[in-house]
Design a protein around this ligand. Structure first.
Ligand code: ADE
Length: 217
């Protein structure tokens, strides 16, 4: 699954240029028994399987030695919601160690004993943590200096100001009877900035009551 889509385009070119790197580990390398099992039945009964603390710890410990400064994450829908502020923090940091569980869950003792931070990418359930990890890595990698061109890294993006992005337009000036808003063609930079700010606020209010908007608004 790795680097998967991160081997392409912006992230892929940055990977090839050495601006970031990735080491994927197979948990099964530390599995137990003839079948290299990584899971077992849940204590207390019930459906599904639970990933074993000893197996996951062996995999983690082989990846991150004591004193490794990288935050250790575990992907789970019950984790703290992943947000842009976290992407900025992690992109500026020493890297990440990300555990991607499968099956019904992981033995709680592993999370406690290895001080893992539980992270979710949204209120839905994926079949494993890998796609969540790819999403987090993508959001972080594009913020690493040099990954995006100057043009793009200077752009005002959704969430950067606490607002969603204003609408964008390009040529042709009229398409299927729809014209580009007049103010954007006026050449009046102050008016354009004001229009964009108001549109960003309108869209944010309409779609995301939970976003607070810029400080002081
Ligand atoms: N694993 C399964 N669903 C997930 C989610 N929504 N976020 C992070 N990891 C997950």
């Amino acid at each position: 699954m790795f680097p998967g889509p991160l081997g392409q385009s912006l992230a892929g070119e940055a990977l090839a240029r050495g601006l970031w790197s990735l080491e994927a580990r197979d948990i099964r390398d530390h599995g137990t028994g003839r079948h290299r099992a990584v899971d077992d039945t849940p204590a207390g009964g019930g459906p599904g399987m639970v990933m074993r603390a000893d197996v996951l710890a062996a995999s983690l410990d082989a990846t991150a030695l004591p004193g490794d400064p990288r935050p250790r994450l575990i992907m789970t829908p019950r984790g703290a919601p992943f947000r842009q502020a976290r992407a900025r923090e992690w992109a500026a940091g020493p890297g990440l160690v990300i555990l991607c569980p499968r099956f019904e869950g992981v033995d709680e003792r592993l999370i406690e004993a290895r001080g893992l931070s539980e992270v979710s990418i949204g209120d839905y359930v994926l079949s494993g943590g890998e796609i969540a990890a790819l999403a987090i890595l993508d959001a972080c990698v594009r913020l690493i200096p040099g990954v995006m061109g100057k043009e793009d890294s200077g752009r005002e993006e959704s969430f950067e100001s606490g607002l969603l992005e204003y609408p964008q337009y390009t040529r042709p000036r009229e398409w299927e009877g729809r014209a580009i808003p007049e103010v954007l063609l006026s050449g009046d930079h102050a008016k354009v900035a004001e229009w964009r700010r108001r549109e960003a606020e309108r869209i944010t209010k309409e779609r995301r009551f939970d976003l607070r908007g810029p400080a002081g608004s």
